[in-house]
Design a protein around this ligand. Sequence first.
Ligand code: FES
Length: 233
Amino acid sequence: MQYTIHIKRQASSSSEPYWQDLSIECDESTSVAGVLRRLNSRADLTDINEQTVDKIAWECGCMVRKCGACAMRINGIPRLACSTFLGSLKEKKLILEPLSKFPLVKDLIVDRSAIFKKLEQVSIWLEDNPFMSEQTKVQRYKSASCILCGCCLEVCPNFTADNDFSGAIAAVNAYRILDEEQNIAHKNELSEKYKKNYYEQCGKSLACHDICPIGLPVEELIVRSNAAAVWKR
Ligand code: FES
């Protein structure tokens, strides 16, 4: 099947973005990451006007939904290139853009270091040996499964890389620490920062609902973190 790739290109954060169209013959089982790999493996990458163009800058680490590096906007929705297959698209056109909430590096690569700064800002780490309750095992596992791709932050109307709102990613990751931490002073510190940097700034749009590319129950984990940090349950 013939697909048209409409891709946003930008050589650096200081250069002007532009759109480019490329074409590729692929079957429906090919992932977006597979498309990008095949395009870049061409000795001479040309656009639909047969003009030679630069190779496409994009990132991937695992190719199996584990590292989050391949997150990008695919037909307007933040998704993982390695696990979005052409057969799941409504049209034979692929529109690829970088995530818009993070500083652009090049083409489809963005600087997602803000994610780690936000987790640090809320003190999301353990200071003591974890208390592991059988009752919350499944939810803690889900909390720990977050791949930090940034898709939930991309759709959030409140999140920017440089404000002090930590976003749903903090709520998702905070839950297991709030549940496991035995150091009371650190748990209180985390709770206070969570309240200030997440709970009091969340607009409750729930745009992050159902957007997680690995299917984490973001809404449930937010509710659990709110209960643990704010309502002390
Ligand atoms: S390449 Fe690791 S999540 Fe896609």
